[in-house]
Design a protein around this ligand. Sequence first.
Ligand SMILES: Nc1ncnc2c1ncn2[C@@H]1O[C@H](COP(=O)(O)OP(=O)(O)OP(=O)(O)O)[C@@H](O)[C@H]1O
Ligand SMILES: [Mg+2]
Length: 327
Amino acid sequence: MSVSERIFKDPAVLQDARKDTAVLQDARKETTAVVQDARKDAGVLQDARTDRRIGAILVEQMKLTSEHVAQVLDAQRATGSRFGDMAVQLGLISADDLRRAIADQYDLPYLRPENRDVNSELVVTSQPFHPCAEQMRALRSQLLIRWANGGIRARMLAIVSPGRHEGRSYLAANLAVSFAQLGEPTLLIDADMRRPRQGRIFEVDEGVGLSAALSGRATLRSAVVPLPRFGRLSLLPAGARPPNPLELLSRDSFAILLHELQREYQVVLIDTPAAEPCADAQTVAFRAGGALVLARKDYTNLKATSRLIRALGDAGASVAGTVLNSF
Ligand SMILES: Nc1ncnc2c1ncn2[C@@H]1O[C@H](COP(=O)(O)OP(=O)(O)OP(=O)(O)O)[C@@H](O)[C@H]1O
Ligand SMILES: [Mg+2]
């Protein structure tokens, strides 16, 4: 099989979250509608048994009294509405109370009201039932299966692609959140010290970061930022832009740093600059041992992708998979 066939034979496909806005689009405005859509999409919360459990959770959370529950059940019988919706309609709880109860019921931290205001690029959190978020989770599953089948314990991947604006940072951020949502201690490293983006995506100060840790100006511990609102996720931002990113990434200290981080985190994903104009991405992939190759539909040059895959092989980095990003 040729390299080009291999790339596009069965790539995981990501689709634009902005194109199909029917699902959960209005998360900020219409919490009740969100919950209903979420219910439909997840195929959950559809029977009376579930409604009773929501009632119990709301009582436990002291949002409803037993008199309130009786009142909601009466009204529910008359209208056939769901328990939570009826409780909101009767003004006994707020839409946020319901959302929080559902988040607790299904252990879906990203449904919590406080997580609605995250950057909309973090589609797995801002629109968790959007097809793009589903595809991120599918990609996560494929990687977990590959790692399990291959007996791979070092679950560290550089996210690479040949050119600019192909969606590496978007993929790295969303995939990292997906792993963290599973409860896997996950670290996202922004190794794009030329045009760092992860700090902005997660609204974290670039301040201390990879560049400071690599140049010995900061300890690794002080450079890593925990992001508890995303589950067990931490970010190592790129830090202040250095004049010599490739030189920093080529130092042994980078290999030592990755080795140390690997012991602490179950999954490490590394965002990289475009691979064609500079050797940073290949250097990172070589150090990480594995890479996920991204191609943007109708945009990425196929030959450039083939060249990149060959170069990664030559550098001794294994390609864990390919992703076709369609947006
Ligand atoms: N699947 C997608 N759906 C919707 N928007 C996307 C998708 N993938 C990427 N984007 C958007 O495209 C733009 C470019 O993506 P991103 O910054 O991740 O690309 P990049 O390859 O990291 O670019 P750079 O070369 O600047 O590092 C961003 O605005 C991002 O939100
Ligand atoms: Mg980027």
